[in-house]
Design a protein around this ligand. Structure first.
Ligand code: BES
Ligand code: MN
Ligand code: ZN
Length: 486
């Protein structure tokens, strides 16, 4: 996809050449902002009842008189802020993607307000509008009809907009990678497949990638990860991918992603309804690879290590059973009371493994609990950390790129339910507050560094008619990493 910017003023839109012009208007415009043909066109449409300056309203004009573009779409947006701007773009681009346009130009009536974050929101909205899944669907078009997007801005904004578009395009590529991996079915996207994807990024993105197999993981002593993987015929993988943008001596940001390529629940098997969606249980892993992809394009001066424990969670004669006790890499023993609480088991060993990198900070990302979906729904990811400064950094990063999260509590009392009569810790607590107990379990393995956990169970994919991976929280993570550059 090609993102560019064009310096032009709102009163010169008649001269813009593109296949379509999308004009975002935030309210009735003062005289003289738009030139005569466009201004009178809008005024007439309003008085005829065909358009209102309101969010969600739009007006399509074919071959608008006095303009060079063959298609004009005017969309209303609520005033102020990034969110209504992106919502208006989503409405407009959603309509125009099925027109004949290959090149869409976008203008804002009040272009003085545009910042680099608007440019990033524009790239995100455009990439989202034209996203296609085709890997296992030959009947779907393999390339989007729209291939070029131009954002029109004033001269004063030009540098910011150019920088924002570049960053936005890189993040969009990472989001698209994460969506594709998530959407890939469980029989294609296996642990081996994820490792192959990571290895490909050595050539394509200059990452360093190391992949451990079962033998290596056994030698290290990752008893919790091994217990989850043992029920499946698909071999496990432990992926370590590095982006090196700074001196080796600089402590890295470590991102740990849950990579369950299918979660049946194991012996504590899940009900059948919607179980297909458990192919998305590697959304954390996908977001780590997507973020590394974005960073490799942006090239910030920082070191980032992605760690991905990946396996299937299956019932079988070899599967781990409720009540089994395993020894984690940390030495703590775990009573596996529910084999469906597998994410925390593969993550705890990865979190202990992360210690060896002496990280500046560790963030894990996981589709960890249904309870998080009950708590926060599908809009904000759950954020868990005892570090107030780190919480603020992650919350700010999410807000800036409209990939928001919300902080949840981590009081010690929430850990009491994890007590076990037969091991140092059980892997489940009571149903109430389930996303917090899960985070409290992980916290036991993170004493040696700054740590935060993102529960993306509600945000990594959409159900229903528009079922599919969202690529979240690649934008949040990329922005967070960029905020950590010294
Ligand atoms: N991958 C699931 C979490 C999940 C469930 C995400 C539904 C999105 C939608 C996770 O492995 C799981 O099964 N968690 C259990 C934990 C429970 C057994 C303590 C859950 O949330 O039910
Ligand atoms: Mn599970
Ligand atoms: Zn799971």
């Amino acid at each position: 996809m090609d993102f560019r910017h064009l310096v032009s003023s709102p009163d010169a839109l008649s001269k813009v050449t593109a296949d379509a012009l999308l004009l975002v208007v935030q309210g009735p415009l003062a005289d003289g902002i738009l030139e005569a043909p466009l201004a009178s066109l809008l005024a007439e449409a309003v008085s005829a009842g065909d358009f209102e300056f309101k969010p969600g309203r739009s007006l399509y004009v074919h071959r608008p008189v006095g303009m060079k573009v063959p298609r004009l779409l005017v969309v209303g947006a609520a005033a102020g802020g990034l969110k209504p701007f992106k919502a208006a773009l989503a409405t407009g681009l959603g309509q125009l993607k099925s027109s004949g346009a290959k090149h869409i130009a976008v203008a804002v009536a009040d272009s003085a307000e545009l910042t680099s974050l608007h440019a990033q929101a524009f790239a995100a909205a455009a990439a989202d509008a034209v996203y296609l899944y085709c890997r296992t669907k030959p009947s779907a078009p393999s390339a989007p009809a729209v291939s070029r997007f131009t954002l029109i801005c004033g001269k004063a904004q030009s540098r910011d907009i150019a920088a924002g578009l570049q960053r936005g395009a890189a993040i969009a590529a990472g989001v698209t990678l994460a969506r594709d991996l998530g959407n890939c079915p469980g029989n294609v996207c296996t642990p081996t497949f994820l490792a192959e994807q990571a290895k490909r990024m050595v050539k394509s993105h200059g990452l360093k990638v190391e992949v451990l197999d079962r033998k290596a993981v056994e030698k290290l002593g990752m008893g919790a990860f091994l217990a989850v993987a043992q029920g499946s015929n698909e071999p496990l993988r432990f992926i370590v991918a590095r982006y090196e943008g700074a001196a080796k001596s600089q402590p890295p940001v470590v991102l740990v992603g849950k990579g369950i390529t299918f979660d049946t629940g194991g012996i504590s098997i899940k009900p059948s309804a919607e179980m297909d969606e458990m192919k998305f249980d590697m959304g954390g892993a996908a977001s780590v690879l997507g973020t590394l992809c974005a960073l490799a394009e942006i090239k910030p001066k920082i070191n980032v290590i992605g760690i991905i424990p990946t396996c299937d969670n299956m019932p079988s004669g070899k599967a781990v059973k409720p009540g089994d006790v395993v020894t984690s890499l940390s030495g703590q023993t775990i009573e596996i009371l529910n084999t469906d609480a597998e994410g925390r088991l593969i993550l705890c060993d990865a979190l202990t493994y992360a210690e060896r990198f002496k990280p500046a900070v560790v963030v894990d990302i996981a589709t960890l609990t249904g309870a998080c979906v009950i708590a926060l729904g599908h809009h904000r990811s759950g954020l868990f950390t005892s570090d107030d400064a780190l919480a603020a950094e992650l919350l700010n990063a999410g807000d800036a790129v409209l990939d928001p999260c919300w902080r949840m509590p981590l009081d010690d009392e929430y850990g009491e339910g994890l007590k076990s009569s037969f091991a140092d810790v059980g892997n489940v607590g009571p149903r109430a507050g389930g996303s917090i107990t899960a985070a409290m379990f992980l916290k036991r393995f993170t004493g040696k560094y700054r740590w935060a956990h993102l529960d993306i169970a509600g945000t990594a994919w959409k159900s229903g008619a528009a079922k599919g991976g969202t690529g979240r929280p690649v934008a949040l993570l990329t922005h967070f990493v960029l905020s950590q550059v010294k």
